[in-house]
Design a protein around this ligand. Structure first.
Ligand code: AMP
Length: 587
């Protein structure tokens, strides 16, 4: 395998990296010891994420330290010290308690990156309820599906999002007892079961004591997509915080004076594990920007907020690359010391461009919703193999495996392709898919968790991403299940069948593309194509809806009637069709 290595010299670094010697830290590592970096609830009452993220700093010398600086899209700035964050999250926990929301009940938040989202997330964890974020760009259908599957008891959202996306479907979600309105735009409400959170917060006490929390109590419910079926709710427990904290230290190299910017939205797992939890457990300052991507705004933020550690995603990096290096040079980015990327494959050119533009390469790392935290990474103290995801974190055993009749076998041969697997048992490993034990069980074989990604491992233990083993789509870093899109398309009166694939795209990695066949009496036309695009956008939201639709007389199917997305993709890309022995005649 040929690669470009970016060698690090000691004088390139300002602070000694925590993971100074990979082999030695790895060989001495234990999760019990990693647990010692955290405080735990007083009197041995367990482990709670919100205690580690907020309470322990707020009750010590770090109380006045800036925990979160929020940058509003219209220029407003709000600062939250650890002390203030503690008080506000206490109030939110008291609101839940007063409403009769108990430990284990699901509290969903549907909002953009506004301060109340962060307060609700941490307050929910204090109350030992389960926090489940919903991406604010989702349309009503993905929202309905997730609230229903997760049996939401509370939904925290803005007036605008409620009116546009929830009000009409509210009556279909039997479990939903309380809607709490947040945000500047909120309207006075007289609707049954809808309350103004601002008023409830004012009335609530600023004091709250977290109850005993078993480290295995469910804390977070993150929805993700599979090839088939409905979205899956991956459950994470309170002791996931051990991995959040440890990976913040070793993979992102947090030091106490760092100013950290994670650009991910908490609607996706990165935005929660690293956009909320990990920087707070480390007691550092986290910058939250409400606005969407904008190249100049981002450079301004890096400069003005004196960001030292920046965690972003390949799609954004590719967009910045398009604007060129000269634009970056206009800014004073001397505080920046560590750049990391996740969510999609990071091209070697992007790694190198980081060095050219910012003086630091991007460090790719790999993980997914189910793993709860970073599993494989390129580290501050180690040379980077551009294009590789890096090496497993301490405490994480990764391997390339092949499925056999009796289970799996580890592929020992270097550079051979197989499925990426992780030895089960790390603290942030998901503990189930909500109410779907069978789907969960299928992910584990012979003590390995099978990730659904294809990868290779080289001679030196660096892992290289090859692709997905299934049909899920990655678009601008967001994982989309084709089934969710197909299900909406076939609800349209003209559509007989739908097959959805990820079509390669130079910036977004993939875009969602649909193939549809029409019912008798309907003919393909530009007008119908536009209608279907609009129809799916209104139901699914812009991120999930197809960007392209092609009409076909029939879709290729197996003899058992399953649409062969693989074949649709091969045909779209002009690639060999592979094994078509199960193809239905005439497809
Ligand atoms: P999600 O569960 O939405 O976070 O998506 C996880 C999936 O994103 C992984 O299973 C991979 O397919 C992909 N992914 C995440 N990080 C990387 C990376 N560094 N390189 C390549 N693919 C990645």
């Amino acid at each position: 395998m040929a690669w470009t290595t970016i060698t690090k010299s000691r004088n390139q670094r300002r602070s000694a990296p925590h993971l100074h010697d990979y082999e030695s830290v790895r060989s001495h590592f234990s999760w019990e010891q990693a647990r010692q970096d955290l405080e735990g609830l007083p009197h041995g009452q367990g482990l709670n994420i919100a205690h580690e993220a907020v309470v322990r700093h707020a009750s010590g010398a770090r109380a006045p330290h800036l925990a979160i600086r929020w940058l509003g899209k219209n220029g407003m700035v709000q600062d939250y010290s650890y002390g203030r964050l503690n008080e506000l999250t206490n109030r939110f926990a008291n609101v839940l308690r007063r409403l009769g929301v108990n430990a284990g009940d699901r509290v969903f938040v549907l909002a953009g990156r506004i301060p109340e989202l962060y307060i609700a997330a941490l307050g929910t964890l204090k109350n030992r309820s389960v926090f489940s974020p919903l991406f604010s760009a989702f349309g009503p259908e993905p929202i309905r599906a997730r609230l229903t599957i997760g049996q939401a008891k509370v939904l925290v959202t803005t007036s605008a999002l409620y009116q546009r996306k929830v009000a009409a479907l509210r009556s279909t979600i039997a479990s939903l007892e309380h809607v709490l309105l947040i945000g500047e735009d909120r309207q006075p409400t007289t609707i049954d079961g809808v309350q103004d959170l601002g008023l409830l917060m004012q009335e609530a006490s600023p004091d709250f004591t977290i109850g005993p929390t078993d480290p295995e109590d469910v804390a977070l419910l993150h929805f993700t997509s599979g090839t088939t079926g409905t979205p899956k709710g991956a459950m994470h427990v309170h002791q996931a915080v051990i991995a959040h904290h440890m990976t913040g230290k070793y993979a992102l190299d947090f030091h106490e004076d760092d100013r950290f910017w994670c650009t991910a939205d908490p609607g996706w797992v990165t935005g929660t594990s690293y956009g909320i939890i990990a920087p707070l457990t480390s007691g550092i300052t986290s910058i939250v920007d409400e606005a969407e991507y904008d190249t100049e705004r981002w450079y301004h933020t890096l400069q003005d907020q004196q960001i030292s550690i920046w965690y972003t995603a390949p799609t954004a990096i590719r967009m910045m690359m398009k604007s060129g290096v000269d634009m970056v040079r206009k800014y004073d980015l001397h505080r920046l010391r560590f750049l990391a990327s996740v969510g999609e494959p990071l091209n070697p050119e992007a790694v190198l461009w980081g060095r050219e533009a910012f003086g630091h390469p991007f460090h790719d790392n790999w993980w997914q919703t189910e793993t709860g935290g970073i599993m494989i990474a390129n580290y501050a103290a180690m040379d980077i193999r551009a294009g590789s995801m890096g090496r497993p974190l301490p405490g994480i055993e990764a391997a390339v495996v092949r499925r056999t009749e009796n289970g799996v076998e580890v592929v020992e041969e270097p550079n051979a392709q197989g499925e990426l697997a992780l030895r089960a048992g790390w603290p942030s490993m998901f503990r189930g898919y909500w109410n779907e034990p069978e789907r969960y069980k299928k992910c584990f074989v012979g003590g390995w968790y099978l990730t659904g990604d294809l990868a290779k491992r080289d001679d030196d233990g660096y892992f290289w991403f090859v692709g997905r083993a299934d049909d899920v789509i990655k678009t601008s870093g967001h994982l989309i299940g084709p089934f969710e899109v197909e299900s909406v398309l076939i609800e349209h009166k003209a559509v007989a069948e739908a097959g959805v694939i990820g079509k390669p795209d130079p910036v977004a990695m993939e875009v969602v593309k649909a193939f549809v066949s029409l019912k008798d009496g309907y003919a393909p036309s530009e007008e119908l194509r536009r209608e279907l695009l609009g129809f799916s956008r209104a139901r699914l939201g812009a991120v999930v809806a197809p960007k392209e639709i092609t009409f076909l007389a029939t879709l290729p199917k197996t003899r058992s009637g399953k649409i062969m997305r693989r074949l649709l993709k091969a045909r779209e890309l002009g690639l060999p069709e592979g094994d078509t022995s199960t193809l239905e005649a005439g497809s």
